[in-house]
Design a protein around this ligand. Structure first.
Ligand code: PLP
Length: 347
């Protein structure tokens, strides 16, 4: 988890920032419908949220063609990643993950003495499924895949991943973090929830934090076999931790096609503008399937972040493959313009 240290607060950035492009949030959300539902829910929020939580689980189950027993909701996907980390760490064994990838689950497991096996990405910055499969052994507790991958924004080939799940889940459980899958053209056919439907030992994590703009409201869920849900539910308070207004907001915005379409259009326009800015300044970038873009820097990452922050623009840096990288989240057009203005001064 994120401790409430000064460092964590610094990462969140000062509120007066011109462009907040550092946490892969969606500034086009929450939707008007969600906001209205949350305001209306305030007057009954003296009640515990159980029945509404149950309604959300049902709605998700119906949409995915599964039973409520296949679903567990929580305050964002982070507590569910954490519960998974605790369960598999205490079972003992190694967790296989990509590098670089989202570190939350592996880091939590590492704190509990699990062994973490990191497999570098392929040349095109995707998770190396073949390399990861080769690492599977008798001591493997879990495979963690972030698809699309954070921080690279790359997406695995769906047919290849489906075959991988079918084969590898017979040996080890596979956790697929799909926080950004709502941004790909057809999430319903690319999600590995299909593998869960087929009875495979696959856990899929989803969140309202990204496409629905709920990062500050906290709603997420996992989809898995009912026996896995039962095991993991022992390590989190689950539905009890989501506030009733947030649940009402989630119910109002889930699968709201008009809002989804508008958000995707705006995100795409801002992303296109960012691509053009980078090209104009002579920079390359990794084509992204998500609401963030990774590109190689020509200066030290830490200094770049500081210089951009001085100009009111929050972004993040990485170092891998002996190269300094910057990850820019996709924001409103005025934020992308602020990025472009500051970037021109430094490139
Ligand atoms: N998974 C990935 C890949 C993420 O990038 C994030 C947040 O940035 C999360 C999970 C956690 O999101 P939340 O707890 O808001 O659902």
């Amino acid at each position: 988890g994120v401790p409430l240290t000064d460092e964590a607060a610094a990462l969140a950035g000062p509120p007066e920032m011109k462009a907040r492009l550092l946490a892969n949030e969606n500034p086009f959300g929450p939707s008007e419908k969600a906001k209205q539902a949350m305001v209306e829910a305030m007057s009954t929020s003296y009640q515990y949220p159980f029945m509404y939580t149950r309604e959300l689980v049902k709605k998700i189950a119906e949409h995915e063609g599964l039973t409520p027993e296949h679903i567990m909701v929580d305050a964002g996907s982070s507590p569910l990643l954490q519960a998974t980390a605790i369960y598999y760490a205490q079972k003992g064994g190694a967790i296989i993950t990509g590098d670089p990838s989202y570190r939350d689950l592996p880091d939590s497991a590492k704190d509990l003495n699990a062994t973490i096996v990191e497999v570098p990405l392929t040349k095109d910055y995707k998770l190396d499924l073949d390399g990861m499969e080769k690492k599977v052994g008798t001591g493997t507790a879990l495979m963690y895949l972030c698809n699309p991958n954070n921080p690279t924004g790359t997406m695995l080939d769906t047919a290849k991943l489906k075959a991988f799940c079918e084969r590898v889940s017979k040996k080890v459980p596979i956790f697929i973090d799909e926080a950004y899958i709502d941004y790909v053209p057809d999430p319903q056919t690319t999600t590995m929830i299909d593998a869960v439907k087929k009875g495979q030992n696959v856990i899929v994590a989803r969140t309202f934090s990204k496409l629905y703009g709920f990062a500050g409201l906290r709603v997420g869920y996992i989809v898995a076999q009912p026996e896995t849900i039962k095991l993991l539910s022992k390590y989190t308070v689950g539905g009890m931790s989501i506030s009733a207004p947030a649940i009402h907001g989630a119910l109002a915005t889930y699968q709201d096609q008009a809002f989804i379409k508008e958000t995707l259009q705006k995100t795409l326009a801002s992303k296109q503008f960012l691509y053009e800015t980078l090209k104009k300044e002579g920079y390359e970038y990794i084509p992204s399937s998500t609401n963030f873009v990774m590109f190689p820097l020509k200066m030290e990452g830490k200094r770049f972040v500081e210089e951009m922050a001085r100009r009111g623009v929050g972004i993040r840096n990485w170092k891998f493959n002996n190269q300094e990288w910057c990850r820019v989240s996709i924001g409103r057009m005025d934020e992308m313009q602020a990025f472009a203005d500051a970037f021109k001064q430094l490139s």
